[in-house]
Write a protein that binds this ligand. Structure first.
Ligand SMILES: C[S@@+](CC[C@H](N)C(=O)[O-])C[C@H]1O[C@@H](n2cnc3c(N)ncnc32)[C@H](O)[C@@H]1O
Length: 255
C-alpha cells in the first residue's frame, strides 16, 4: 500500500454549490479521483475537470467504497462524495466498514478524513426557522438495510419521548406503506394539530416547502427527495415557519 494514498469522505451539502463548505471544495480540488452517486457528482461536475471521475448508479455503496480503497492503495488522493453529510446515511459507514473488513486500523494507510457537510435536516430546518431548537431524532424509513420492526420501534420511542423527528427516505416507488405507518405511530403520542413540514430539494433551485397538521399529513405528497420534520408537542407554526420553544418564554409553555 502506498504511503501517500488517502481518502477524503466529503459531504457536499444539499446542493454541492451554495451550501458546500470551503473544506469540502478544497478537498475536491486536491483530489485525483472523485467517486460518488451520479446525481451528487452532477452537482459538482464543474469542479471535476482533469480528474478521474467515477460516477456510479444508486446503490452499490460497498463497491464504491472498495473502488476508493483500491485507488488510494495505488497512491491516489480520492474524494468519496456523499450528498449532505457523509456520516448521515452516507458513504462514511460503508467505507469504514470495508476498511475494517480488510483488517485496517486507524494510523495505517490509507489515511482517511471525514469532511462534514450540511445535512438535509439542517438545510430544511434553516428554511423553517427554528424547528430543531429542542432535542430531535433523525429516522430513516428505508427498510432495505434495517428491519422494519427496528425502524417503527424507534419511531414510537422518539414519538413517546417527545423528540422532534426528522424522517429521511420517507417513501419510494416500491416503499409506500412506511410513511403512513410512521405518521400513525406518531399520532398515538402527539396532538392532531402538531405541525409537520415537508421540504423537498432543500437548498436546491427546485426547493419546495409544505406544512400540514399531523392529522392531515397523509395527504401531503412526499418522495425520496423530501425530508419531513414533525414538531414536538410544543412546536408551533408561524406562517411558513415552525418554532420549537426552548423555554425562553416559560409563561407560554408550562413544563
Ligand atoms: C441516503 S439519505 C442521505 C442523507 C444525506 N447524507 C444528508 O446528510 O442529508 C437520502 C435522503 O435524504 C433526504 N435528503 C437528502 N438531500 C435532501 C434535500 N436536498 N432535500 C430534502 N431531502 C433530502 C431525503 O429524505 C432522501 O431520501
Amino acid at each position: 500500500v502506498s504511503e501517500h494514498g488517502r481518502i477524503n469522505l466529503i459531504g457536499i451539502g444539499p446542493d454541492g454549490s451554495l451550501h458546500i463548505t470551503v473544506a469540502a471544495a478544497t478537498a475536491i480540488r486536491q483530489a485525483d479521483v472523485v467517486i460518488g452517486y451520479r446525481a451528487y457528482i452532477d452537482q459538482i461536475r464543474a469542479r471535476l475537470r482533469g480528474k478521474i471521475v467515477l460516477d456510479r448508479a444508486i446503490g452499490q455503496e460497498i463497491e464504491r467504497a472498495e473502488e476508493a480503497i483500491e485507488h488510494a492503495c495505488q497512491g491516489r488522493r480520492v474524494a468519496l462524495v456523499s450528498g449532505g453529510d457523509a456520516g448521515v446515511y452516507g458513504m462514511a459507514g460503508p467505507l469504514f466498514e470495508s476498511l475494517r473488513a480488510r483488517g485496517w486500523h486507524p494510523g495505517q494507510p490509507p489515511e482517511v478524513q471525514v469532511i462534514p457537510g450540511v445535512t438535509a435536516a439542517q438545510m430544511a430546518a434553516a428554511r423553517l426557522g427554528a424547528p430543531l431548537m429542542h432535542d430531535f431524532a433523525t429516522i430513516s424509513l428505508s427498510d432495505l438495510l434495517t428491519p422494519w420492526d427496528v425502524i417503527i420501534r424507534r419511531v414510537e420511542a422518539a414519538a413517546s419521548a417527545d423528540f422532534i423527528i426528522a424522517l429521511y427516505n420517507p417513501i419510494s416507488q416500491r416503499r409506500v406503506t412506511q410513511l403512513p405507518a410512521a405518521f400513525a405511530a406518531i399520532r398515538q403520542h402527539r396532538g392532531r394539530e402538531t405541525p409537520v413540514a415537508f421540504v423537498r430539494d432543500a437548498g436546491r433551485p427546485s426547493e419546495s416547502v409544505a406544512i400540514a397538521s399531523l392529522a392531515e399529513a397523509d395527504q401531503q405528497p412526499a418522495d425520496m427527495r423530501t425530508v419531513i420534520i414533525v414538531g414536538n408537542s410544543n412546536t408551533e407554526r408561524l406562517g411558513d415557519l415552525l418554532i420549537t420553544p426552548r423555554g425562553y418564554f416559560p409563561q407560554r409553555h408550562a413544563r
